[in-house]
Design a protein around this ligand. Structure first.
Ligand SMILES: C[S@@+](CC[C@H](N)C(=O)[O-])C[C@H]1O[C@@H](n2cnc3c(N)ncnc32)[C@H](O)[C@@H]1O
Length: 209
C-alpha cells in the first residue's frame, strides 16, 4: 500500500536520501535516541513501536533491552538500510521492519505497550490522523514519547547550520499536541526542555483505560 499522501514532497525527493546519507553517523546511533529510550522505560517482553524509525538507532537498542519492536518507516531507502542492519543484530528476531506511517500504523487496536518517535513528528503530514492512530493502538497504560530536537532554538549547537526545511514540513506545537492526545484518551503533557544536552520539543503521555 502506498503511503505517499502522508509523506511531505521534501521527503520524497532524491535529495532527501543524499541528505540522510550525509547524516549517517547520527542516524546510526545518537545520544538523542538513547535519551528518548530512557524516557520510554522499556520493559523486557513489551511490544513497542518506533515511528519513523529511520536507520533504526532506537529500534536496535530497544530490541537489545528485550522489547519486540515494530519499526514503522515509510521510506523504502531507510527500510532497506534498517533491514540489513537488523540481520547483524543478535536480537533480530525481536525486530519487525514495517512499511507504514504515523497516520496509518500497521498494528491491531490496543496491542502496543509503548510508542516513541525521534525527530519525526515534523515529518508527519496529518497530525490529527496520527493522534487517532496513537490512541487506537495503545493498550491501557501504554506510553508515548514524541521527541523532536528544536533546531530553531538558539541554544541548539546546530542552530546556525541546520537547514531543517521547516517551511516545507509540519510545525510541532507541544501544548496543542498534548491537548489533542488528551482529548483522545492519551493523557499527555508537552514541554520545551532539553534532552542529551540539546533543546527539544517533548510530548509524553499514558493511555487511560
Ligand atoms: C529525521 S528522520 C529520523 C529517523 C530516526 N527516528 C532517527 O532519529 O534517526 C525522520 C524519519 O521520519 C520518516 N517519516 C516521514 N514521514 C513520516 C510519516 N508520515 N510517518 C512516520 N514517519 C515518517 C522519514 O522517512 C524519516 O526516516
Amino acid at each position: 500500500m502506498s503511503h505517499d499522501q502522508y509523506r511531505h514532497e521534501h521527503d520524497k525527493k532524491l535529495k532527501a536520501k543524499f541528505h540522510w546519507l550525509t547524516k549517517i553517523r547520527k542516524f546510526w546511533q545518537s545520544d538523542i535516541n538513547r535519551a528518548t529510550l530512557q524516557l520510554v522505560e522499556i520493559k523486557p517482553g513489551e511490544t513497542v513501536i518506533d515511528i519513523g524509525a529511520g536507520m533504526g538507532p532506537a529500534t536496535v537498542a530497544a530490541a537489545r533491552q528485550g522489547a519486540k519492536v515494530i519499526a514503522v518507516e515509510p521510506s523504502s531507502f531507510m527500510r532497506t538500510i534498517l533491514s540489513i542492519r537488523r540481520l547483524g543484530q543478535k536480537a533480530r528476531s525481536q525486530i519487525v521492519v514495517a512499511d507504514g506511517v504515523a497516520e496509518t500504523l500497521p498494528v491491531e487496536d490496543k496491542t502496543i505497550d509503548a510508542v516513541w518517535t525521534v525527530n519525526a513528528v515534523h515529518h508527519w503530514v496529518d497530525l490529527e490522523a496520527a493522534f487517532d492512530e496513537l490512541a487506537r493502538v495503545l493498550a491501557p497504560g501504554g506510553r508515548i514519547v514524541l521527541l523532536d530536537e528544536d533546531f530553531t532554538h538558539s541554544d541548539h549547537p546546530l542552530h546556525a547550520t541546520h537547514h531543517g526545511h521547516e517551511d516545507e514540513l509540519t510545525n510541532v506545537y507541544v501544548d496543542e499536541i498534548a491537548e489533542a492526545l488528551t482529548a483522545r484518551g492519551v493523557h499527555a503533557t508537552g514541554q520545551l526542555t532539553t534532552a542529551a544536552g540539546v533543546p527539544v520539543k517533548l510530548i509524553r503521555g499514558v493511555r487511560t483505560p
